[in-house]
Design a binder for this molecule. Structure first.
Ligand code: CSD
Ligand code: FE2
Length: 265
């Protein structure tokens, strides 16, 4: 179990974390002396407190939260510290399904949603967008791969022209035929963080291991056994609708949750 941390809100609204005087436990993934959380595993509650504070601070500065902001203005909002050094407390949210990758909700509020996504070996998401949201993706377990896509040909120009003219998000009408091509492949391992939004690219994510390649490694503390990959997704604002690009036709769906707070829904 991670050491308990005392959380306080400073006068400037920034969260001050005071480590409880407990046996120091070095970070689980990296042993460099200077890690984002001083080498201490970060609790997911701590991450949530920091995220809530960060979004409040952004709003207090008058920022409207959507994907048109510079990711730079969101430096304190990503999940890198937690991804780099956590005590595995995400495991209580990590439910898997044999058929599909599944989205397990940790917290949703009007500013953001934090989701633990579980991928059995071989499960891959279809090419999709992220509506008007920022999307940070942090690998918590397993080896993952992100493939980014761009629209090709005249549709790409048409979508860009439409977006520029109307201020609309860069997403096509449902039913339209859109050809996409892979432009970038990012192999991601535990602790890696990716960022994407609709202005940058579309993507597909997956755990490309075959089931036979998974080496179940039991964590003696928790009994956790690797089943594929686990990723932590921070969306801001929460994603309401996504577009799926397949077979040259765009479809739309409302993403759901497989569990909330570790409980199956
Ligand atoms: N954006 C996807 C997961 S991923 O493939 O990035 C989702 O929220 O379901
Ligand atoms: Fe995605």
């Amino acid at each position: 179990m991670p050491n308990p941390a005392i959380l306080q809100r400073g006068e400037d609204g920034i969260v001050v974390i005071e480590k409880a005087a407990a046996t120091p436990k070095s970070c689980c993934h990296h042993h460099a002396p200077q890690t984002p959380n001083n080498g201490q595993p970060m609790a997911i509650e701590q991450l949530l407190v920091e995220l809530r504070g960060a979004f409040e601070a952004e709003k207090a500065q008058g920022h409207v939260i959507n994907n048109r902001q510079e990711p730079e203005s969101f430096k304190r909002m990503n999940t890198k510290s937690y991804g780099t050094c956590n005590g595995g407390d995400w495991q209580r949210f990590a439910l898997f399904n044999d058929i599909h990758y599944v989205r397990n909700l940790v917290e949703a509020n009007e500013d953001f949603e934090l989701i633990v996504i579980c991928w059995k070996a071989g499960q891959v998401s279809r090419v999709h967008n992220h509506d008007a949201s920022h999307c940070w993706l942090t690998v918590l377990d397993g080896d993952m791969k992100e493939v980014q896509y761009q629209r090709v040909g005249s549709q790409a120009t048409a979508a860009a022209v439409l977006a520029a003219a109307t201020g609309a998000e860069r997403a096509e009408p449902v039913g339209s035929a859109v050809v996409v091509e892979p432009t970038q492949i990012n192999a991601m391992k535990v602790g890696d963080v990716g960022y994407i939004n609709d202005h940058l690219a579309l993507h597909s994510v997956g755990c490309y291991l075959s089931p036979e390649d998974v080496q179940p490694a039991a964590d003696s503390d928790s009994g956790w056994r690797q089943q594929g990959g686990v990723t932590l997704h921070l969306y801001s604002p929460p994603i309401r609708r996504v577009k799926i690009y397949e077979e040259n036709a765009v479809t739309e769906r409302t993403p759901g949750y497989y569990s909330k707070g570790g409980v199956r829904v």
